[in-house]
Design a protein around this ligand. Structure first.
Ligand code: NAD
Length: 273
């Protein structure tokens, strides 16, 4: 039987670990070749470590273990020229992109750094990074003329401002994730004539290194009121990476062929509370 994404090339940012790795491996297991990009370095205003070269190499190994090809590159999504060069390399090696998962993100919500730098970094990575990603990939998608699907990974914080406290990290995170909805809606109009669909996914908490790291856990313990407000309606504290990958695959496969301009929560009822 032909895999559902056979013949597709998927671009995944933030692909070295966490949800990005899960998406890369899942898309590969469904037949896609993968361009996996990640900064593989820390950002000074982010108190927890970001991914490493070894993490990205492990994602590449896992994609290849699915029998698929991979181009893995270390790149900061804020650097439009470097991102374009990495995408171009991927396209030259694997063929035109048909699937984009703009997933790279930071959550510098613990404070402790200059607030203007923090705000600029979270907007720069989470929002400008997604703009750069789509702008780098869309021309080759349009030129290929095969349609495609773009998923911007937002958050429950992209639809609600729960827990807002005026700090740069929390405010900037919610602002960037709401901004992705505007980006998605505008891109959906731009790209619809080319049969390229654009949607957002809004996960509730997922146990990745963004959340499970010691710094974030200590911060959450020290702000119990904020943590309480992040609760889900269903009796689960978090969902798994695989739940988000399922939603991504649904959107990028034929199953989602008439979905565009949609904000899809995978949130265990967080929004229904
Ligand atoms: N974990 C959660 O609870 C949760 C909930 C909702 C939404 N999200 C979003 O899901 C996405 C994936 O996060 P995750 O949970 O897997 O966390 P994570 O920290 O494990 O993964 C994020 C990845 O993005 C990479 N990255 C960060 N800045 C980058 C940059 N400038 N350029 C390229 N790569 C960069 C990191 O190195 C890391 O590999 C993020 O956009 C995040 O905001 C996470």
């Amino acid at each position: 039987m032909t895999a559902v994404l056979e013949g597709s090339v998927a671009l995944v940012t933030g692909g070295a670990r966490g949800q990005g790795r899960a998406h890369a491996v899942r898309l590969a297991s469904d037949g896609a070749d993968v361009i996996a990009l990640d900064i593989c370095a820390d950002i000074p205003t982010v108190a927890y470590p970001l991914a490493t070269d070894a993490d990205l190499a492990e994602t590449a190994r896992l994609v290849e273990a699915q029998g698929r090809r991979v181009v893995a590159r270390k790149v900061d999504v804020r650097d439009r020229a470097a991102l374009q060069a990495a995408v171009d390399e991927g396209v030259a090696a694997l063929g035109p992109v048909r699937i984009v998962v703009a997933n790279a993100g930071i959550a510098p919500i613990m404070g402790g750094f200059d607030e203007d730098d923090t705000f600029a970094d979270v907007i720069g990575v989470n929002l400008v990074g997604a703009w750069n990603t789509v702008k780098a990939a869309a021309p080759s998608m349009i030129e290929a003329g095969r349609g495609g699907s773009i998923v911007l990974i937002s958050s429950t914080q992209g639809l609600k401002g729960t827990g807002g406290d005026g700090t740069a990290g929390i405010t900037g995170y919610a602002t960037s994730k709401h901004g992705l909805v505007g980006l998605m809606r505008s891109f959906a109009h731009w790209l619809a004539p080319y049969s390229i669909r654009v949607n957002t996914v809004h996960p509730t908490g997922v146990p990745t290194p963004m959340i499970t790291n010691d710094v974030m856990q200590a911060h959450l313990r020290s702000t119990p009121a904020t943590s309480d407000r992040q609760g889900n309606l269903l009796p689960v504290p978090m969902v798994e990476c695989q739940d988000i990958s399922d939603a991504v695959v649904y959107l990028v496969s034929d199953s989602g062929r008439y979905l565009t301009g949609v904000t899809l929560p995978v949130d265990a009822g967080f929004h229904a509370r």
